[in-house]
Design a protein around this ligand. Structure first.
Ligand code: FAD
Ligand code: MLT
Ligand code: ZN
Length: 455
């Protein structure tokens, strides 16, 4: 029987999409830089269906591309050509929220926003937040070990993972649910799945460890002379304030784009080359006073400071940072380089990235922003052809020369396969490859992601 007929039998006619118009939104990534035709898109509604799909694809020797919200930024969630896309969006149940333990079990296809909304009434939060919250799924976030704006407080997704259920390429099910905060029973397979980018198994359920919700928050945006001043101010605030939730950097060029494309107003009249956004939280009372005191100790122009403690005001300030991704996308198809360096080299990276790019492509334009508290910078490049890798190589070369990592939070996907080897070296990549071969000997799961197809 042809594979598509077998898939139709498993998920039903409605959830096996072979028509090109129906497949289209699953075939191109969020940036529009990566796309490819799928043999079919399947939308299973149960773990049994996931297992049956994997067995059918393995029998047919056809690759499977797991896809959640398709907000990934390294091309790992869309087909390269001829694979089956397995969408997890129907696996979206949220169940078993334990208000005393602060834990919840969610289907891989549940969006971050849905889980945030489910946790809040019980006084809990997910502890991870990112701009794609309405579409990004918990399964995709585990698969990419997503970071976001609260990593400096609660760590990346791997640290939120208590238990999991996943299906391997041969259809066998791995299950450790609910999962315990203390669990030393051999290898940490859930931890291994975090960051595996769909190359080892399809994650179907996750037990999350939540964090207590904060009653009060305050946000400030401070205008500064350059990235070095942002790094210095971030460090001083970190020492002065106990409950920093986020420390984010953006530049005036990026803010200009956000103001243009997202209709957000400037935080203050006096524009500056670089900005630091800081958020603090408190259970006890308004953290605004402590933040204002800490800001006074910084050598900043009072005309270049905006602060808010109310929901609307905080949201307005956050928009200036959070909407960079869509503002950059509105300008063109970006090359997105998500990197991290030791904090002592961060300002140097911000300053040197544009000239490294200009040296190889004079027509390209660089917009940088990121999670300065984690040493994580997002270098977005506009105006360079999607297939031209020279700008990517120039930035990643610079990052390695500064002692950094070529991927901080978005992953390797198909975008940085060669650079995984450059960054981690042949022995480490061979060890990773051995894990891949043991879990998925036929190479069915997300071929071309992390490792080159012919390696
Ligand atoms: P997808 O894009 O669908 O997939 C991502 C990868 O995971 C692919 O390799 C896919 O094959 C694999 N995968 C998906 N689901 C599963 C599953 N159930 N089992 C196995 N493999 C699976 N990322 C950050 O880290 N921090 C940010 O601050 C951040 N902000 C963003 C803001 C915007 C506006 C956008 C568009 C993206 C942002 N991202 C950020 C990137 C993206 O949201 C994250 O990578 C997110 O984790 C992807 O989730 P997803 O459900 O969309 O996964
Ligand atoms: C962010 O922090 O805004 C994201 O990770 C997405 C991006 O790089 O644009
Ligand atoms: Zn980010």
């Amino acid at each position: 029987m042809p594979l598509t007929d077998a898939l139709r039998e498993i998920v039903g006619e409605r959830h096996c999409l072979t028509d090109p118009t129906m497949r289209a939104s699953y075939e191109t990534d969020w940036t529009r830089r990566f796309s490819g035709p799928a043999l079919a898109v399947v939308r299973p509604g149960s773990i049994e269906e996931v297992a049956a799909i994997l067995r059918a694809c393995a029998d047919a020797g056809v690759g499977v591309v797991p896809q959640g919200g398709n907000t990934g930024l390294v091309g790992g969630s869309v087909p390269r050509g001829g694979e089956v896309v397995l969408s997890t969006l129907r696996l979206n149940e949220i169940e078993g929220l334990d208000p005393d333990a602060g834990e919840v079990t969610v289907g891989a296809g549940a969006t971050l926003a849905a889980v945030q909304a489910a946790a809040r009434p019980s006084g809990w939060e997910v502890g991870i937040d990112l701009g794609a919250r309405d579409s990004a799924t918990i399964g995709g976030m585990v698969a990419t070990n997503a970071g976001g704006v609260n990593v400096l407080r609660h760590g990346p997704m791997r640290q939120r993972l208590l238990g999991f259920e996943a299906v391997r390429a041969d259809g066998s099910v791995l299950r450790r649910l609910p999962g315990m905060p203390k669990d030393n029973t051999g290898y940490d397979l859930g931890g291994l799945l975090a960051g595996s980018e769909g190359t080892l198994a399809i994650i179907t359920q996750i037990r999350l460890r939540l964090v207590t919700a904060l009653g009060h928050r305050a946000v400030a945006v401070i205008g500064l002379d350059d990235a070095g001043a942002v790094v210095a101010a971030a460090g001083r605030l970190r020492r002065a304030l106990g409950t920093i939730q986020a420390l984010e950097l953006f530049t005036d060029e990026g803010m200009e784009l956000v103001m243009r494309h997202a209709a957000v107003a400037a935080p203050f009249a006096s524009r500056r080359p670089a900005y630091l956004l800081v958020e603090v939280g408190s259970d006890a009372g308004d953290p605004g006073e402590g933040l204002a005191d800490a800001l006074m100790t910084l050598d900043v122009d009072p005309e270049a400071v905006a602060m808010a403690t109310d929901v609307a005001g905080r949201h307005r300030l956050w928009q200036l940072r959070e909407r960079h991704t869509e503002a950059v996308n509105a300008e063109g198809v970006p090359h997105k380089l998500d990197v991290s360096v030791p904090i002592g080299r961060y300002a140097e990276l911000v300053e040197r990235a544009p000239s490294a790019v200009a040296d190889v492509d004079g027509g390209a334009r660089t917009i940088s922003y990121g999670h300065v508290g984690d040493g994580n910078l997002h270098v977005s490049i506009l105006g360079s052809s999607p297939d031209d890798h020279r700008v990517d190589d120039a930035v990643l070369e610079l990052v390695l020369s500064l002692g950094g990592s070529v991927s901080a939070e978005h992953g390797i996907g198909v975008a940085k396969v060669d650079w995984l080897l450059r960054d981690r070296g042949p022995a480490t990549v061979a060890a990773m490859r051995a894990i891949k071969d043991a879990w998925d000997p036929a190479g069915i799961l997300n071929p071309g992601v992390l490792f080159a197809r012919d390696s």
